[in-house]
Design a protein around this ligand. Structure first.
Ligand code: UTP
Length: 301
């Protein structure tokens, strides 16, 4: 019997975003614009294109604008219709019932694992996707990796499939790093995970494969989250729950993103600027102007 399709997704978006202060003093980092849309809207578009019908966003203090953004706005739509502004109406099409939005608050940022654990009742013992609200997938069809990961998850009967990307050796200490033994990483081919280490000290990393903000889980992830303890900072880490799955000999796989689907983390200024420039250049409406401007600017640099 084919497994049920995956329809539920959790977007954790309750982190403090301290690395982006002062921009995030009174607004969520997930709402910072990347080109013409707030960062989190790219994540929602990706999930909707991957046919995920129910989306739970984990928000927190100073995050109310996320709820407002995904709420229908009949007076605004009526005004745009009266003005005959088709282009802007098209830009608001993401509100037209392609998925249902749910919100829950994480009162204190107690870690990514804790944020995900708040989705247990919403997920109701089904498979689910977790997509970080501050990470975007670029390129054509940004939903393609997630679709492929969901198919693989169902056909392999996996407990977890984790998107990974190759990072430079001197940056592994910033990420959750995956150990896949001697397996040669190939994009789109599931690799059995032997271990996962959070931010390994330089030189101790088991590989250069870093966890890349997209996951597919079976419901056992919630049991794992209930079995682990907070780290020294008092945060419950999703990495530790995945490690628990591996220790329990559950089938956990890594999924190397194709370079065509570059991942952008908007959680620090360096990669936020890169994301903004790349998405502005790719903008169908205004990209050509940005390109012209950057070319002219490059002469002066
Ligand atoms: P980060 O690791 O980037 O943490 O979170 P952060 O707290 O948002 O940022 P800094 O370190 O203060 O600058 C990765 C993702 O997990 C969410 C964040 O909103 C982000 O989408 N998150 C993190 C939560 O939802 N809750 C948490 O307790 C921590």
């Amino acid at each position: 019997m084919p497994a049920n399709p995956i329809t539920k997704a959790i977007i954790p978006a309750a982190g403090l975003g301290t690395r982006l202060l002062p921009a995030t003093k009174a607004q969520p980092k997930e709402m910072l614009p990347v080109g013409r849309k707030p960062a989190i809207q790219y994540v929602v578009d990706e999930l909707q294109d991957a046919q995920l019908r129910d989306i739970l966003i984990i928000t927190g203090r100073r995050k109310r604008s996320i709820e407002d953004h995904f709420d229908a706005d009949p007076p605004l739509v009526a005004a745009l219709k009266r003005a005959g502004n088709e282009a802007l109406l098209q830009d608001l099409a993401f509100l037209e019932g392609r998925s249902r939005f749910f919100f829950t608050r994480q009162s204190e940022p107690q870690g990514l694992g804790h944020a995900v654990s708040l989705g247990a009742d919403f997920v109701e013992n089904q498979n689910c996707v977790v997509a970080l609200g501050d990470s975007l997938i670029g390129g054509e069809n940004p939903d393609a990796p997630l679709r492929a990961m969901m198919n693989a998850h169902l056909s392999l009967g996996a407990a977890a499939i984790i998107a990974v990307e190759i990072v430079p050796p001197d940056e592994t200490f910033r990420y959750g790093i995956i150990d896949v033994g001697a397996m040669e990483p190939t994009p789109g081919e599931p690799m059995v995970v032997n271990d996962i280490v959070e931010k390994p000290p330089a030189g101790t990393e088991p590989s250069h494969l870093a966890v890349a903000a997209r996951y597919v889980f079976s419901p056992i992830i919630f049991e794992a989250l209930s079995r682990i303890v907070p780290d020294r900072q008092g945060e419950l880490q999703l990495t530790d729950a995945i490690r628990w799955l591996v220790r329990m000999e559950q089938p956990v796989y890594a999924w190397l993103l194709n370079p065509a689907h570059k991942r952008y983390d908007v959680g620090n200024f360096e990669s936020y600027y890169r994301a903004f420039i790349d998405f502005a250049l790719a903008d169908e409406r205004y990209g050509y102007m940005v390109r012209k401007y950057i070319k002219a600017l490059a002469y002066e640099l």
